[in-house]
Design a protein around this ligand. Structure first.
Ligand SMILES: *Cc1c(COP(=O)(O)O)cnc(C)c1O
Length: 463
């Protein structure tokens, strides 16, 4: 299995190299050269398998020769053993055709754990075999950072640095990043918003001398291995609702387009997904892009669903690459235009291709709160604000008898203020993490400045 860059000018890599590299050297994102497909019978055979077994079947074709079957099975087992639910990704029914896929039973209570726990184990195995050490730098709007720190804390061959926008993550999110005491964990509060964090991260990757000097590795959702891990739960959810014998729709609360792009890959592999519905909060660049054909960034507005407060949606580039007939040059031109002018127009053919698969909607702050309240009153389920954005948009896109699955991306206890405002109930943290508010915090404040960040990283890894 070979991986190519969406901008067509970076070396073609195998799975392991693409994973360890993260961002391609031409600024693009790695995607498989061809998408493996699963037959009707192979998909049907997933019914009745445990999550880990299904994960093995779905992901195996993407790995090539990088890991043996036995090694990969062990990696998957270690990745998901810390989850607080035996199904890993249970489905609950909200209405006649509406289901909630609970992706928040991992160690940091957000869906990011599905990918990050797996990638932590994959890195550990690959680096130990190679006798290498890497520096992981990630940018987070809250949940990626805590999931990355949880997955990499205490591992032998990695330092992990996480940039988060100061004052813009929830208390629980911040504490999950600042309380681990392992020496290889470095939480950095950056004076700026999430797009600043992501921009500085990209700058570091584009500074090749620095990148090679510290052996930079990326675990943001631009990392292909993360997308791959998320493909699995589309299969397990769809199969438990009757796929491949029946079509299933999904609605995904979206920021960086990683989670929903995983659904797109599942569809390309042959899973009968009808529509993939993009749900955005008031930071609605993706909804506007699909409606108008113009992808245009506007400043990030803080919301009660902060993990989706994003205006440059990195993984959209992967969908665009396919929609443009896999012409790297065309993608590179649009991305250059975006960098220079803050916008580009999606060519008509590509827009039509995207609209065949994706629908979209947005939820205002008031609509999000009202949805949390309404679903609590009608079903007893308490949703986090991100999941509520998804549910609101899903309800607008129901088309019976096709089942609609809304992805629930975080546990409500991660965003207790928004949930309490909507329902009057302050959801408690699960017992296994109840001491979070007592642990001591450790964090470095940093300016939104590339040179300062690089100096800090050099100094810390020299210890
Ligand atoms: C990261 C995150 C999202 C957005 O996911 P993307 O893959 O960036 O689209 C939505 N909800 C929660 C809770 C998240 O942590």
């Amino acid at each position: 299995m070979r991986y190519v860059s969406t901008r067509g000018r970076a070396p073609v890599l195998g799975f392991e190299e693409a994973m360890l590299t993260g961002l391609a050297r031409d600024g693009g994102l790695y995607v498989p050269e061809t998408i493996p497909s699963m037959s009707h019978a192979e998909i049907a055979a997933l019914a009745g398998l445990g999550y880990e077994e299904a994960a093995f079947e779905v992901m195996r074709p993407f790995l090539g020769e990088s890991f043996s079957d036995g090694e990969f099975r062990d990696i998957i087992a270690r990745a998901y053993r810390g989850f607080g639910h035996p199904a890993r990704a249970p489905l609950v029914q909200l209405g006649a055709n509406h289901f909630l896929l609970e992706l928040f039973h991992g160690p940091t209570l957000a869906f990011k754990d599905f990918a990050m726990q797996l990638i932590g184990q994959l890195f550990q195995a690959a680096l130990a075999r190679r006798g290498q050490r890497v520096t992981i730098v990630g940018a987070t709007s809250g949940d990626t950072g805590s999931a990355a720190i949880e997955a990499f804390r205490g591992l032998d061959n990695v330092d992990v640095f996480i940039l988060f926008p100061e004052g813009r993550v929830s208390d629980v999110q911040r504490r999950q990043m600042t309380t681990p005491s392992e020496a290889n964990v470095h939480a950095l509060a950056l004076r700026g918003d999430f797009d600043d964090c992501q921009a500085r991260l990209k700058d570091m990757f584009n500074d090749f001398a620095f990148r090679d000097e510290v052996r930079l590795a990326g675990v943001n959702s631009i990392n292909w291995a993360r997308v791959l891990a998320q493909v699995v739960y589309y299969f397990t959810a769809a199969v438990s609702l009757g796929a491949p014998h029946r079509e299933i729709d999904f609605t995904v609360p979206t920021g960086n387009f990683g989670d929903i792009f995983a659904g797109y890959i599942a569809r390309r592999m042959g899973l009968p997904i009808g529509r993939l519905v993009i749900a955005t909060n008031l930071n609605d660049i993706l909804h506007r892009a699909l409606e108008t054909g113009i992808y245009e960034t506007r400043g990030v507005k803080p919301s009660i669903s902060p993990s989706m407060d994003i205006q440059v949606s990195s993984n959209f580039e992967r969908a665009l690459f396919d929609a443009l007939g896999r012409e790297g040059e065309a993608v590179a031109q649009l991305m250059d235009e975006l960098k220079a002018t803050g916008r580009f127009t999606i060519p008509q053919g590509a827009l039509e291709a995207l609209r065949e698969v994706f629908a979209s909607g947005r939820a205002s702050e008031e609509e999000t709160t009202a949805t949390i309240r309404r679903l609590y009153e009608s079903t007893g389920q308490i949703l986090c604000p991100h999941s509520a954005v998804g549910a609101k948009v899903a309800l607008e896109h129901l088309r019976a008898p096709v089942p609609m699955v809304s992805l629930a991306t975080a546990h409500p206890a991660k965003f207790p203020d928004a949930v309490e405002a909507a329902t009057g109930i302050r959801p408690p943290l699960p017992g296994r993490m109840a001491d979070l508010h007592e642990c001591k915090e450790r964090v470095s404040e940093v300016e939104n400045d590339l040179a300062a960040l690089q100096a800090l990283i050099r100094e810390r890894i020299a210890r």
